[in-house]
Design a binder for this molecule. Structure first.
Ligand code: IPD
Ligand code: CA
Ligand code: CA
Length: 257
């Protein structure tokens, strides 16, 4: 299963790399919320290949999302065909394909592939996290020695004050801040120890399903901003970090609500 999933996600990444200048960009809910013909093409490719591999599974994909009782599936693929679509449209080479596979409500496999640098992050529950062939460990350090990656939860204007309050509380403490534009890769960067901590005030399951397993299997703590478990079927906030940085941010999150 794992080897087939790796092959499929790598092939999906080639579709992103094949993109020419004409991406056929459409605004979904406005100028901040884009979809291209490549998002749709990657999702159609993944749907066909993943369901051929596991026909009994459900398929929750960002570009074909509809309301359904997703909990009824024993196996469920949760897929973001291109995480970082705005980066993709702007030619900022930091986007990925994200594929998570749930079994009875738990993330069993998580794969995130950045085709621009040929980085495949993957994890199987209980078996560790890897970047290509190398085992990942997020290590541990306090906020003072951590880069903070944040996501702006930009579709939710009602959350801007919340995000900025937490950002303002953390900014004087952390080593520095980054905003890369792909939540799935942000979680993998925490897994790889490139950043100590990541937060975003609201994300969708396809943004964090795969990356949350990869980060956890690398030793990171992954919760909502309230410190509870992530909801894999509905939107929720995400806070992921090496243990000390996660604890530090969680304390700030509690002070700033
Ligand atoms: C977005 C990216 C971005 C995050 C947004 C997501 P998309 O996903 O992960 O970093 O800030 O909240 O929606 O739209 O590029 O798939
Ligand atoms: Ca996304
Ligand atoms: Ca997407």
């Amino acid at each position: 299963m794992l080897e087939q999933l790796k092959q499929i996600i790598r092939a999906a990444g080639q579709i992103i790399l094949s993109a020419g200048a004409e991406k056929d960009v459409t605004e979904k809910t406005g100028s901040r919320d884009l979809v291209t013909k490549y998002d749709k093409a990657v999702e159609a490719f993944l749907r066909a290949r993943l369901l051929a591999l596991l026909p009994e599974a459900g398929f929750m994909g960002e570009e074909s999302i509809h309301s359904e009782d997703w909990t009824r599936y024993e196996w469920l693929f949760i897929v973001d065909p291109i995480d970082g679509t705005t980066n993709f449209v702007q030619g900022y080479a930091n986007s990925c394909v994200s594929v998570g596979l749930l079994h009875k409500g738990l993330v069993e496999y998580g794969l995130v592939y950045n085709p621009y640098v040929d980085e495949l992050y993957w994890a199987k529950r209980g078996a560790g996290a890897y970047l290509n062939g190398e085992r990942l460990s997020c290590g541990d350090r306090p906020l003072e020695r951590s880069l903070l990656i944040f996501g702006s939860a930009l579709y939710y204007t009602e959350l801007q004050a919340r995000s900025l309050a937490l950002f303002s509380a953390a900014f004087p403490i952390v080593q520095d801040v980054r905003r890369f534009g792909s939540a799935a890769l942000d979680l993998c960067y925490v897994a790889a120890g490139r950043a100590g901590v990541f937060f975003e005030a609201r994300l969708c399951p396809w943004d964090y399903c795969a990356g949350s397993l990869i980060a956890r299997e690398a030793g990171a703590v992954v919760t909502s901003l309230e410190g509870g478990p992530l909801d894999l079927y509905h939107k929720c906030s995400v806070l992921a970090g090496c243990p000390s940085a996660h604890a530090g941010m969680l304390a700030l999150a509690k002070q700033t609500t």
